[in-house]
Design a protein around this ligand. Sequence first.
Ligand code: ARG
Length: 555
Amino acid sequence: MKEKLIQLLSKEAGLSPKEVESLLEIPPSPELGDFAFPCFSLAKTLKKSPVQIAQELSEKISSKELEKVEAKGPYINFFLDKKKLFDETINKILKEKDKYGSSSVGKGKTIVIDMSSPNIAKPFGIGHLRSTIIGNAIGNISKAQGYKVVKLNYLGDWGTPFGKIIEGYKKWGDAKKLEKEPIKHLYEIYVKASQDSEMEEAGRQTFKKLEEGDKETSTLWKKFRQLSVREFNKLYKTLGISFDVTSSESEYNNKMQFTLNELKEKNLLVKDQGALVVKLDKYNLGTCLIQKSDGATLYATRDITAAIDRYKKYKFSHLLYEVGQEQKLHFKQFFKILELLGYSWAKNCVHIEHGLYLGKDGKKFATRKGKTVFMEDIIEETKELAKREIAKREKLSSKQLDERALKIALAAIFYGDLKNHRSGDIVFDLQRFLSFEGNTGPYLLYSYVRACSILRKAKSKTAKVSIQALSEKEKKLVTKLGAFPDVVKISYEQLAPNMVANYAFELAQAFNEFYHAEQVIGSEQEGFRLILVRAFTQTLKNSLNLLGIEALEQM
Ligand code: ARG
């Protein structure tokens, strides 16, 4: 229907369909119609006032699809024929099912998303959680736009800290503790080593040995890496998130010479107190350290090397990095260096930055009381809270309770994050995330459950469908349902999963209003209303799945 409207407008206003589409707005309230077209930009060419243009154009446009066309000041408001809209939208949803909302605009193109990317031997941070949740949603949304998506986990497993950890382990390590709680143990060692001034030099030398492939050092490092990965994988399993590729910084140890040579060839490397750097002052980006005076390479050196390698491997149309905003300068610097090296695809590298999680006190969450927060503990705590909620409503076996609590907890955490625009800081308030009322994950799950239960209760699955005039609430719900494909498209374009999240909430609200106002089962319009409910469950499920949230049929 929107396409039809664009065609009509394009013909009458003398604009290309693309221009019309970019101008077309969704009015802030239903009294102003389903679409609005502002006439300001036509005033110059037509040499008339926007108000006059709106009046004249509105008189020219009519179609079977439109209930009403109305000029309101400089705007033309279009009211779609709701019965037609119902037919078109609902048929589309029921036909496309899980694919409703998808498109094929990205066909043949690849998007690589660097996401999660925790550091071995260190706790999986709350920032890594954000990166995992947001990266996953952006990956799903891109896939729904037809792109081939490579979700790539880039482990931080290289760099001078590992020299310190290895030295520290040799001094204070305990094999039993390492096996039992590897990350906690290694992190304790790291903290201790960082406070020990002697460890500075020893760690530096040990990392150098590691870079050179020394046997004893490498064996320990491999062990730490393997145990850390084991822990991370447990967590990913709990979160229900997987990757297409797991890669890591250490992979690039042997490829760094290539990057150094390229930088030399392009005359970008400068000696600075024994170290090698790229000067980026001209671009207001300071200096980027490439190689330390002892020959050790850095995070940036590895990222440059990795990006070049990824382009060779994937020929990506975009390479996205879902990483906290505190690394902004790092990304700007190495994207600039890629550009200076002459890689035209550098402009397609994007840092998708996210803000911090804050505690209820407004302070950075991870440093709460100076203690480290372990992700497993956070999920456990959320699960316990969910269990209490469920127990208020239902009696379940402990296995069922456990499974359901985990799903609700994840919906609470994922949605609690994704409903906000990623760039802002968010207060990590588990109590609020878990509330069954308000703008929360559990509220969405609950709306889905409610709709599923109506469908289960309906006896006459084949009740005759006759579409009467639609009520206000029905109109609102149908209009919302029809908007989903556009929402997914914009959410992709802006790399903003919060658009899908906010849509899911508004959709659930529209359904709940409908459900409170209209009887479904046993009403004269049962057949028709059941179809509407089915279309709702399908669309809500599709939007939740894009966010990485599993819809539950019972709760
Ligand atoms: N491991 C890094 C950290 O925890 C994040 C890596 C992000 N990805 C990248 N290609 N730099 O800070």
